[in-house]
Design a protein around this ligand. Structure first.
Ligand code: AMP
Length: 393
């Protein structure tokens, strides 16, 4: 049975087609620069990668080309073979605590949450509408990035601001990267073979978040009302003292939008190092003993260690700490620096195992006598979406 997993951005559309329940990837690809000049798409099938330039004027055109490729490459013989399409949707607000079959009401809700995710939700709706039109017989399912964190209690998701900010305007912590936190925590529970266990998941990518998961349910996470909160990220500041914003506005005459842009796009590792938001570039500078890059690295690690320590206590001890996403999967030195700082809890890194596990490998990177096992688990948000979509068939 064939299920599509879709992640639509404002100018891109990523997809994977799975044979379910085997979870075998039949074809995957990305449409890029949709609605812009020089648009193109890449498709991977049977280890072959094809890149084609094509005029992708909108998402509907991209979906039509996708269907043509599926038929031409004989991945499907007809559209009715696709039983479900799972869509990644960034914001489900407080209403959606799990994935749902998309109805007109769900589409209206996703649109109405656009204030909370202006860059993402409108693009997600474009993707959904294009697939409903192209494959009307398939079940369409919305998988929300916020849903996994809906199990947080009020005392964890509220901010200490007037309560009516929450009741009137929805000001609260939502949390993001939910499909990744869910995938990694479920996978780890299986590895541990324990139904009841406490897991800390460190999703360290260009964006980054950490979550505390008890018995498969999220109890706390670092991202907040928006994905700008929490740990230091590639180009996002993470937690700051909010008073910096009005102070800077008065000092520099910059508008709130300009400062917002700088906190989003020019801060984090990029802002601190002055080099790049990408760890590979910063590492190259560290090799040249660039002081600012070295400091940025320490500050990044500090922000991660702070949250791991907090969640360790909030959970009352943990059964596993997991690293995932671009940095978590591929940067052993970051993992080593983080785990070394946890030595006071008896958590110890195995340096050689840690150095070995990267580029898509999974495994344990702590020593045998470490009080808590530490794992690298490559994330797989796409399969999580396919699983949720499949569950409705
Ligand atoms: P993601 O958002 O999960 O795709 O992660 C992307 C980020 O992972 C990049 O911006 C890099 O900072 C980091 N990254 C990817 N590959 C490596 C690598 N080989 N070494 C260090 N960092 C990496």
């Amino acid at each position: 049975m064939k299920v599509l997993s879709v992640n639509a951005g404002s100018s891109s559309l990523k997809f994977q087609m799975y044979e379910m329940p085997e979870e075998k990837v039949l074809i995957s690809g990305t449409f890029e620069r949709i609605g812009l000049e020089n648009s193109f798409y890449t498709i991977k099938i049977n280890e072959d990668k094809i890149k084609k330039e094509s005029n992708l004027s909108n998402h509907e055109v991209a979906v039509q080309i996708l269907i043509r490729e599926l038929l031409e490459n004989q991945v499907i013989d007809n559209l009715d073979e696709i039983k479900a399409v799972g869509h990644r949707v960034v914001h489900g607000a407080s209403k959606y605590a799990s994935s749902v079959v998309i109805t007109e009401e769900v589409i209206q809700d996703i649109k109405s949450f656009s204030d909370l995710a202006p860059l993402h939700n409108p693009a997600n709706v474009m993707g959904i509408c294009a697939f409903i039109e192209a494959i009307p017989n398939a079940i369409q399912v919305a998988c929300f990035d916020t849903a996994f964190h809906q199990t947080m209690k009020e005392e964890r998701f509220l901010y200490a601001v007037p309560y009516e900010w929450y009741t009137k305007y929805g000001i609260r912590k939502y949390g993001f990267h939910g499909m990744s936190h869910k995938y990694v925590s479920e996978y780890t529970r299986e590895l541990l073979d324990k139904e009841f266990c406490n897991i800390i998941v460190c999703h360290l990518g260009n964006g980054g978040s950490i979550s505390a998961v008890r018995d498969g349910r999220c109890i706390d996470t670092t991202m907040g009302f928006t994905p700008n909160a929490g740990i230091v990220m590639g180009s996002r500041s993470g937690d700051i003292d909010y008073s910096i914003i009005p102070y800077l506005m008065k000092k520099t005459g910059k508008s709130i939008d300009e400062i917002d842009q700088e906190l989003n796009k020019k801060s984090g590792m990029l802002g601190l190092s002055g080099v790049s938001s990408d760890f590979r570039d910063i590492d190259a500078k560290i090799a040249e003993k660039d002081k600012q890059s070295i400091m940025a690295h320490y500050l990044y690690v500090n922000s991660i260690v702070g949250y791991i320590a907090k969640y360790y206590v909030e959970l009352g001890g943990v059964d596993a700490i997991c690293f995932t996403a671009g940095v978590g999967e591929n940067a052993p030195h970051v993992r080593r620096m983080v785990i070394d700082r946890l030595n006071c809890l008896g958590i110890k890194v195995d340096r050689s195992k840690n150095d070995e596990i990267r580029f898509g490998k999974e495994g344990i990177i702590s020593t045998e006598d470490s009080t808590v096992p530490c794992f690298v688990i490559p994330t797989n948000e796409e399969v999580m979406i396919a699983r949720d979509a499949y569950s409705f068939i």
